[in-house]
Structures are given as C-alpha cells and as structure tokens.
Design a protein around this ligand. Structure first.
Ligand code: WT7
Length: 652
C-alpha cells in the first residue's frame, strides 16, 4: 500500500462536525439538498432568480444530449448583474476590490461605483475599436483591476473573451488567438512577479506576428518598461480608455450567448477551447460562491488567490464574487521564498474572512514552516477553500490548524474548466468533513463513481467519476469542434459526462478524488497534457522521440519527467538538458518545463508500438519497475535504469 493510501485510511475515520458559528443558516442550507432532490430543475430556476433578468426564460432546460441549453429564451447582461445592480441597490460605495500589487506600495481600492465607471469606459473603448457582440477578444494580462474591467466590458457588449494565462509563451498565445479568431488583444507592457518586472508586450508582438487578422492591441502601462510600438495596431489603454464616457447602455443577451472561451489541455497536443455561455454559467457560479463559502456580502472579505488566467479566476475572482456583490482582495504576486509572510500580512491587513487556494500553495507553506503565519493575526478567517488537485490529508490538517486556527471549516471543491463552477464540495455548517475528501455533490448536481461498464460502484469501491445530469454551468462544447466534444466527454459512457478523474466512494458514500486517469498531468493545480510536452520536445532538432509522465511530487502534486531519445547524430552536449527545458518553456510556457529530463536509448513499447508510460512512471517515482512481460523488448528497462543513474543530481 502506498503511504498516501495508508494515510487516507488513517484519516478516513476523522470527522470535523460543523461548528456552531454556522448554525443560524445551517437548516436553510441543508434544505437546499431536499429542494434539489425533489425538483431539480425548479431548484435551478430558483437559483437563476437570484440574478437580474431582462426577459424571463420560457424553459429551464433543453437537453439534446450532449447539448444543453439552460433558461431558454431568457435575456440578461452579465456586467449589469456583476456591477450595475449593486450600485442601483445602494451599494456603490462598497469595496469590490482591495487590489494589492506585487510591489508593496502599489495598492488600489475600487468600489462598485468605481468599477462601474471603469467597465463602462472599457466597453466604450472596445466598441470604438470595432468590437461587436459575438467577436472574440483575447486577453493576456497581469493580475490588475483593468483585467477584471476588460472581462466585464467584453461581457457587457457580448464579445466572448478568451483569456490566456500571462505565463504562457508567445506560441501558445498565437495558437489560441488563431483558434478563437480574436481580432483584438488586450495586454500590458509587463507585470510584476517575485519582486521583479517581467515583460508581456514582446510576447504579444511575437504572437501577433503569426496572427494576421489581429487589428488592434490595447496595452495597459503597468511596469513602464520600454516596448516596441506598431503605430497602426497598438494603442495605449490610458490614451483610449481614459477619455471614454463613463456611461454605457447595456443590452441584454440571450441566456445561451457565448460568454467566454478558455483553453485547457486535453490528451492531444492541441488545447481545447472550452465554451461557456451566459445565464446558466452565471447562475451556478453565483450560487456556488454564495453557498460553498457561506458568503455574507455585507461583511465578508473574500480572497481567491488564483490567477484570472485559469478557470478558478474566471469563476471565483471575477464572476461569482461580483455577481454576489462581494468584497474581494486581488493580489498580483505569488508566494515565493523571498517573501514568506506577504500573504499573511495581506489577510491581517484586510481582515480576510474567506480564503480560496490550491493544495500546492499549502504544501509550499508547510515546507517553509508555520513561523511566518504566527506573526500575523489570522483570526478573521472563517472559511478555507481548496481547489485544483486532490488535497492530501496532511495538507488539509495543516491548513485547518495553522491557517484556520483549528476552527475553520475546509471546503475541498472539485470541479473543472469544463464544469464552469464547483460541483462537489462540503457546505460549511452542514457537512461534517473528512480531511482529504471532497464529500458530496452540491445540491442540484448529480455525480457518480462507475466501473469500466458504467455501473455505479458500491460504497467502498473505486472507479471513474461521472456526472449523470446536465448542470447550468456545463461547457456548451469545444470551440469549433463538436465531434471532439462528443468524443472526449460523452463517448466513454452512455449519456454520462466523463470527467477524466478517478474517484472512490468510502463506506459512507463520500467521495475521494484520486487524480486523472488520462494522459493529463496536474502540476501545481495546472492541467498539462503529456502529449503537448512530448510534441514540444520532439519539435527540438536534437530530439527523435519523447515520452512524458507525471511523477508524484511532494510540493507540486505531480512533476513533469521526460524521457527523450536523441537523433542519431546529436551529441549529448553539456547544456542539452537545459536547452530542452528552455525549449519547452518557449513552446508552451515555463509551467510546462520538465522537472527532469532523461536521455535514453530506447523507450518501453508494447509489440503494437504503444509507449508503456506506467513503467516510465515507476522509474520516475524511483519504484521497482512493474510487469514488463508485454514489452516488445523487456531489456529496454535496464537501459533506462542506467540512464537514470547517469542523470542523478539533475533533478529539481
Ligand atoms: C482537474 C481540472 C477546478 C479549477 C482548477 C483546475 C483536478 C480540481 C480538485 C479537487 C481533486 C481536483 C481534477 C480535475 N481537480 N479540483 N478539489 N480534488 N482533484 O481546473 O485545470 O480544468 O483541472 O483538476 O483532476 O479534473 P482544470
């Protein structure tokens, strides 16, 4: 038994009952389960009524498997829901964002009224640039308020945005701009990370050189670094947006109008453009944000420490919290060893009451030790969330004890880019939690664990996680590729959404997520495809063949380990491994850099030529290599073992 499995067993018996602090709403919240069980669609209609609709829907759901339409015929404007209605309700002076830049002195406080002006001006600017409803806009930006304004401005005018995480390479940006057919790109000259300014505009210049249809690049001045300028194409934000009128008449869009496309890695080298639409998406992000975090918009200060470039940022930095009129902290930087107590200072300064982050961050702080936390008053925290990867019980316990003062509930939230919003999670005040378990599907959500044949497994059994009913914030498809949508999610089991995750049901029927069952790795909560890294490696002139696996990593969850065969003539020069890592960073982005690259003479293949990644994972995780009898040439593994010995010291 692996040590992980053992510690899961040890912790399975531990339970943390809901604390009294949540008692006031506990009954009402727990009634959500009954209401949803009784009338699922009626339940979702009730949730949708929490939004402001210009025109009511005629039908809750039109389900033509696997294509769903929610709140059919309804019309609404997302930006009006996230901003204007709060101002109209008299909450214009409420803080929407406590923004903190990476440089300590960079701070801005943005009220809902300020945000309204900024969004309106940005919407007017985009309109001036010729952006119309239905025109995709690419966004490649740092964690600054203008980024949120850009997303909301796009939503306001019905232009679907496609955000590309600013850590992705120029090539990755270019392929997404082309696939989405965006004609306008919004970016910044640079961003601050780990105390340093890093350029962004040069990446956009390189990307746009490969995208002839891009007509404008709108650039926020963030770092003041030198940029090359194309007079016909490039525009400064402060010259175009600042002079726009502060009023903007919003139009309501169809419930199924595209809201955004967000690219995510699948099992092939080409990322998938996940399409989300308007009414169902906003309904579910608002509902989950309110209930999973027990949000009190008047008094809570909420901080989701993700990046807007990922779905967590879309749903739980932008749309969920703003739809609910919440006050949020937005932080430009990331934790790093040079600044171990920055986070805790921020929490104390703003009296953050709800924190949402990823297990990898918690494990990083565990590694650094609790001292930086102990110097700060974290007593404002009352709910802690986890997302992005399975949280190991040790990290869960550490989170609760050291961050949550041994009292805060932890909500481990399972969901995906495709699901748009949280699907499986405890509810504070209602659920007795178990360290490491995401517990139960939320009210209104139907999930199951099934075996190879698609039959539900009994309690105590393991299998594949599936979703058995459509949900409002589900993806509406893969941009431009309905076939791939059907094939990827709906062909493995009949009439069930295949999530790609393994899961088990414990004796109580509670869910434990076990990680991906496909060729997708999860590195620091980011989804990276083995095939994508392999194809980046083989695009290097010295590489003939490559195989990539995700190996257990104590901090990042998984680490990328690559096995490469060099081309006949390529000598294994001094800098080869570094060159290859840099090459992957250039092709995809630094997050995809392999932790370790092993040069090998052969790869383990079956007689039909399929690479046996299982065996490579054994090597990468320093385990005894498993059954090799199906290999075409079982001696190959000995050669790889030698390669491993040679590469010692190269890890990290
Ligand atoms: C994959 C989705 C959800 C937003 C961030 C990642 C893994 C996510 C959990 C969790 C276990 C989790 C799954 C999933 N995952 N949350 N609480 N417990 N695994 O979004 O990049 O679309 O990745 O992340 O493997 O399939 P994403």
């Amino acid at each position: 038994m692996s040590s992980d499995a053992l510690s899961n067993l040890l912790h399975e018996e531990r339970r943390f009952p809901p604390s009294d602090e949540f008692a006031a709403e506990a009954v009402a919240t727990s009634e959500l389960y009954d209401a949803a069980a009784e009338d699922r669609l009626g339940f979702w209609e009730d949730q949708a009524r929490a939004l402001h609709w210009e025109t009511d829907w005629e039908q809750a759901l039109d389900w033509q498997p696997p294509f769903a339409k929610w709140f059919v015929g309804g019309k609404l404007n997302v930006a009006v829901n996230c901003v204007d209605r709060h101002v109209d309700a008299g909450n214009g002076d409420r803080v929407a964002l406590h923004w903190q830049g990476d440089p300590v002195d960079d701070k801005r406080t943005i009220t809902y009224r300020d945000l309204q002006k900024l969004v309106n001006q940005t919407a007017n600017a985009l309109t001036e640039l010729g952006v119309e409803a239905g025109d995709p806009v690419a966004v490649y930006m740092p964690m600054i308020p203008e980024t949120i304004a850009t997303l909301l401005a796009c939503a306001r005018i019905g232009a679907p945005h496609t955000v590309v995480f600013a850590g992705f390479s120029a090539d990755a940006l270019a392929s997404r701009i082309r696939d989405a057919d965006a004609r306008v790109v919004v970016t910044a000259d640079g961003q601050y990370r780990r105390g340093e300014a890093a350029p962004l505009k040069p990446n956009v210049d390189d990307a746009v050189a490969k995208c002839p249809d891009v007509r404008n690049v709108l650039v926020v001045r963030r770092t003041g670094s030198d940029v090359t300028w194309n007079e016909d194409r490039d525009l400064w934000w402060h010259e175009v947006v600042d002079r726009q009128p502060e009023e903007h008449e919003a139009q309501a869009f169809d419930s199924e109008h595209p809201l955004f496309i967000l690219y995510t890695s699948g099992t092939t080298a080409k990322p998938k453009g996940i399409l989300h639409t308007t009414g169902g998406y906003l309904t579910q992000v608002a509902y989950t944000h309110r209930n999973v975090f027990d949000l009190k918009p008047e008094s809570d200060v909420y901080w989701c420490a993700a990046d807007v470039g990922w779905v967590t940022g879309h749903s739980y930095i932008v749309y969920g919290p703003l739809a609910n009129g919440a006050t949020s902290v937005m932080y430009e930087g990331v934790p790093h060893p040079g600044d171990k107590d920055r986070w805790w200072k921020l929490i104390a300064e703003h009296k953050v009451s709800i924190l949402y982050t990823a297990p990898t961050t918690i494990r990083t702080y565990m590694k650094w030790g609790p001292e930086p936390l102990q110097e700060h008053d974290l007593s404002s925290l009352r709910v802690l969330g986890s997302v992005g990867e399975p949280i190991n019980p040790e990290a869960w316990m550490w989170y609760r004890e050291h961050v949550g003062g041994d009292k805060t509930p932890i909500v481990d939230t399972w969901w995906q880019t495709e699901t748009g919003a949280i699907m499986i999670s405890p509810l504070p005040g209602v659920t007795a939690t178990k360290p490491g378990s995401a517990m139960r599907p939320l009210p209104g959500i139907s999930a199951e664990v099934v075996d190879e044949e698609g039959k539900p497994v009994p309690n105590g059994g393991g299998g594949y996680l599936v979703l058995t009913e459509p949900w409002p914030s589900m993806l509406r498809g893969i941009w431009g590729d309905d076939e791939r949508y059907k094939e990827t999610y709906w062909s493995r089991f009949e009439d069930m959404y295949f999530a790609g995750d393994g899961a088990k049901k414990d004796e109580d029927g509670d869910l434990w997520l076990l990680g991906r069952v496909d060729d997708v790795m999860n590195v620091s909560g980011h989804r990276i495809s083995t095939t994508e890294v392999e194809s980046a490696l083989v695009s290097h002139p010295k590489v003939a063949e490559a195989a990539v696996v995700g190996a257990n990593d104590p901090t990042t969850g998984q680490g990328i380990v690559a096995f490469v065969i060099l081309r006949g003539s390529a000598a294994e020069g001094e800098t080869l491994v570094k060159d290859l890592r840099d090459h992957v960073a250039k092709e995809i982005g630094p997050i995809a850099k392999p932790r370790q690259i092993l040069v090998v003479a052969e790869l383990p293949k079956t007689r039909s030529g399929k690479i046996m990644r299982r065996l490579l994972r054994d090597v990468a995780e320093h385990r005894e290599v498993g059954d090799v009898t199906t290999l075409a040439d079982p001696t190959v593994m000995n050669l790889i073992g030698e390669g491993l010995d040679k590469s010692k010291g190269d890890e990290g």
